[in-house]
Design a protein around this ligand. Structure first.
Ligand code: FAD
Length: 456
């Protein structure tokens, strides 16, 4: 045979594993290489361990709220090592399942780094062997962005290390304003750290609907997380056991941990794409067409490394669609519109479709339906957390363009709302659904009158 394999996948994360399995089950001879741990970002140091930490962090508020329901919770203490180690046990279990599934599908797995030699050849760095394949799939994901050149950068950690901290920080300073920064602020705050979030922009969660952003700002501050906007770091120094951070305002902050969550870049550095002639954009993302094919016919790329929509279910869809297109004779483009997403802050966010600003820009006249209320769950306890719900509707057609929720269970609601948005349902059809009482979600189908449409 001309090549060692039909397909060589670089990166055993969400997308790479799915593509490898489906291609192999379709009869292709498939190999995959993973330089860290099989399962990738989501399973090892992303969605899964993060959500488990979020669950852990929620108990502190629940203990407080419990009093109004007659419970006495005394002497509750938190032990980081227990949570960290239990989360890691689950991560290891899941990684094992991914490994087994690859084996069962007949995929050969190499647990080492792979780089491109040319458009049909990869080199395995540990063993030094070179292998050829008819096609190569780049599924190397993304990596945390660092503040290159910041004095004392070596004292900071990223989300990669946050899951494995040897001890729990009494104080933490988180840098960034995206969803990862906010989620970690919520986690550390909930687990008991004095938490401060420093962001260079004037508001968190760029890309989300403006009302949601404003709501989260208010709610996050109300929780007791200190927000410092329009500010950057100029220096980190060790100061005994602790760290001393200098901000662009000149302020000094003493803290025990600095966590950088300022974004992620496509993981293509040192991959050898230039040797194969594969085109990347200015962020280093592999440029692909709707079938995930790169500028070189034998090289494809899926998931975060293409920087389209950087979420696990999208990487999995991309990987599956690639395998169906190439190995199951079913050309399948992936539609990256109306992908729901969540932010596990307090309250959590669930959102799908266009925000008000984007909708106005692309669709002209729109109607906004909005409500902001204290959910029943918080009435007895006096917990001041409020829920925001918002619908964005195209005026001419009545079509639902976006559903945005910040409140308890918002991510669960957004998954179902996404069905309606994706299906192109109108507000009238949405409203014809009878409410489910008593829930918070029922408010979504009871929004009768449009409000003044500018963001709060
Ligand atoms: C803290 C955090 C929280 C997140 N939370 C969510 C969430 O709640 N929901 C959600 O949908 N998404 C979430 N994400 C995003 C999600 O993890 C990614 O979108 C998803 O993992 C992308 O899958 P992928 O297959 O493209 O890449 P990855 O899962 O990143 O996999 C790429 C793999 O390639 C390996 N690799 C890289 N280079 C090489 C090489 N040269 N040789 C061999 N192996 C290599 C890497 O080690 C990695 O295992 C989160 C991300 C982070 C960082």
């Amino acid at each position: 045979m001309k090549y060692d394999y039909d397909l060589f996948v670089i990166g055993a994360g969400s997308g790479g594993v799915r593509a490898a399995r489906i291609a192999s089950l379709a009869g292709a001879r498939v190999a995959i290489a993973e330089e860290y741990r099989i399962g990738g970002t989501c399973v090892i140091r992303g969605c899964v361990p993060k959500k488990l930490l979020v669950y852990g962090a929620e108990f502190s508020q629940q203990f407080t709220d419990a009093a109004a329901y007659g419970w006495t919770v005394t002497g509750a203490t938190f032990d980081w090592a227990t949570l960290r180690d239990n989360v890691q046990k689950e991560v290891t279990r899941l990684s094992g399942i991914y490994n087994t599934n690859l084996l069962k599908a007949g995929v050969t797995a190499f647990e080492e780094r792979a780089e491109l030699v040319d458009a049909h050849t990869v080199k395995l760095l540990k063993s030094g062997s070179e292998l050829t394949a008819e096609r190569i799939l780049i599924a190397t994901g993304g990596a945390p962005q660092l503040l290159d050149g910041l004095p004392g950068l070596e004292h900071a950690i990223t989300s990669n290390e946050a899951f494995l901290l040897p001890s729990f920080p009494r104080r933490i300073l988180i840098v960034g304003g995206g969803y990862v920064a906010l989620e970690f602020a919520n986690i550390f705050h909930g687990l008991g750290s004095e938490t401060r979030l420093v962001h260079r922009g004037d508001r968190m969660l760029r890309g989300f609907d403006d009302d949601l952003r404003a709501h989260m700002h208010i709610e996050t501050e109300r929780l007791g997380i200190r927000l410092t906007m329009k500010t950057t770091l100029t220096k980190i120094e060790r100061s005994g056991e602790a760290l001393r951070v200098t901000l662009s305002t000149g302020e000094h902050v003493d803290t025990d941990q600095v966590l950088l969550a300022i974004g992620r870049h496509p993981n293509t550095r040192g991959l050898g794409l230039e040797r194969a002639g594969v085109q990347v954009d200015k962020y280093g993302a592999v440029v692909v067409d709707e079938y995930s094919q790169s500028s070189v016919a034998s090289v494809y790329a899926i998931g975060d490394v293409t920087n389209r929509v950087n979420l696990t279910p999208v990487a999995i869809r991309d990987g599956h669609a690639f395998a169906d297109t190439v190995y199951n004779n079913r050309p399948t483009p992936v539609d990256h519109r109306s992908v729901p997403s969540a932010v596990f802050g307090r309250p959590p966010i669930g959102t799908v479709g266009l925000g008000e600003g984007d909708a106005r820009h692309s669709h002209g006249e729109i109607d906004i339906y909005r409500t902001n209320f204290r959910p029943m769950r918080n009435v007895l306890s006096g917990n001041p957390e409020r829920t925001l719900m918002k619908l964005v509707v195209e005026r001419a057609t009545g079509r639902l363009l976006g559903v945005h929720i910040a409140g308890e269970d918002a991510p669960e609601m957004a998954q179902l709302a996404a069905v309606a948005v994706k299906a192109g349902l109108t507000k009238k059809q949405w409203d014809s659904t009878v409410a489910l009482h008593p829930t918070a979600a029922e408010e979504l189908v009871l929004l009768r009158e449009p409000v003044a449409s500018q963001a709060q």
